[in-house]
Design a protein around this ligand. Sequence first.
Ligand code: FAD
Length: 391
Amino acid sequence: MDLEISQEVKDIQARAKAFVEEVAIPAEDKYDYARGRMPEDLVQDLRKEAKKRGLWTAHLPKSEGGLGLDLVGTALFFSELGRSPIAPYLCNCDAPDEGNMHLLHLAASEEQKEKYYRPLVEGKIRSAFAMTEPPPGAGSDPTSLATNAVKDGDHYVINGRKWYCTGANGAAFLIVMAKVNDSFRRTTMFLVPTDAKGYTMVQEIDVLGSHGPGGHCELNFDNVRVHESQILGKVAEGFRLSQERLGPARLTHCMRWIGLSRRSMEIAREYAIGRHLFGGKLADQQGIQWMFAEAGLKIESGYLLTLKAADLLRKGQDARQAISLAKWQVSETLNHCVDLAIQVCGSHGYSRYMKLELFYRDARAARIADGPTETHKMVIGRNLVTGKFGF
Ligand SMILES: Cc1cc2nc3c(=O)[nH]c(=O)nc-3n(C[C@H](O)[C@H](O)[C@H](O)COP(=O)(O)OP(=O)(O)OC[C@H]3O[C@@H](n4cnc5c(N)ncnc54)[C@H](O)[C@@H]3O)c2cc1C
């Protein structure tokens, strides 16, 4: 693994760090707890600031308006940005748009790029990715996919129900996974504009954590007709493309979560140094130092697993096992670190003053979304038992 960091990447990292400290973290105080998101006017102003500082869509190639970082460079950049949960969206690098941009860049036709990709990159529109379905449809097990598209001349007619689709409320379009003519082997991705007849955003589902722009939504497709030119890639390429999207998207989540794990422990450190009890600083207690040691081990190993997977992906090598290991480890690390940080900060950590309670509620989704811990364990274990991947 070659982890030599160029001066250019170090400079970008430093700019991301400054943006988080000077712009994103102070703005977190304006978080609207009643609505579970940041005020939209403020977000638009701060997005202008991100553009001014050259941090917009940094994950894209330079030819597409990004900073041309490879995946290891992206890992370093995102782990700085992830220290504030609002910073990735301010820089137009947050889920689901970031993963959707990556997918459209790879697979969209020129016409689709003009209509969906470029406005997404410019931040003029938002998007959502619609895979998960209520039982008995697809969740952890994609083979249960129920949404179906039936060919009718040069159109497809989509019927089905999706839920927990992040960002769908107010999105301009969706990337919808559906079987074709009831054949799972022909699963395909369709670009569906949200003004399509028969499409309904049923509800923004009330969740434990923050909703972010567009929430987490339940969607209904009732005879939604889309022209065949709205297929992303080709018929039957749905699962291949979803792997192209999910691999890097899972990793970029890990990168952001490393940042938030570090920030949580930095908040805890500040409290532990400033709090005096039993004749000394809280930070002098060995029990507290061991909590920091535990967090340090988990963060460092999660970071290295993430970098290893990023390095494999940038070399075009099989990164599936490394991505599953990173996703499992880092999502658990985030939950562990935020929990430890609240414990170190005592009652104040449990309040809204320190932001840790918000991080705590948001962190819980990390162990479920993009494949729950248990499905990653299943895949990792199966690969090791069958010898597909070594130790
Ligand atoms: C905040 C958030 C945002 C999301 N955003 C999106 C989105 O934008 N688009 C989208 O399509 N989906 C999205 N999802 C859905 C997410 O991808 C699914 O929740 C995930 O794939 C799991 O599916 P499920 O919720 O249906 O759980 P189920 O498949 O019903 O599984 C339930 C539980 O069973 C356990 N389990 C699963 N497999 C195994 C196994 N092999 N062995 C033992 N136990 C197992 C796990 O603990 C799992 O949590 C989001 C979810 C959340 C929470």
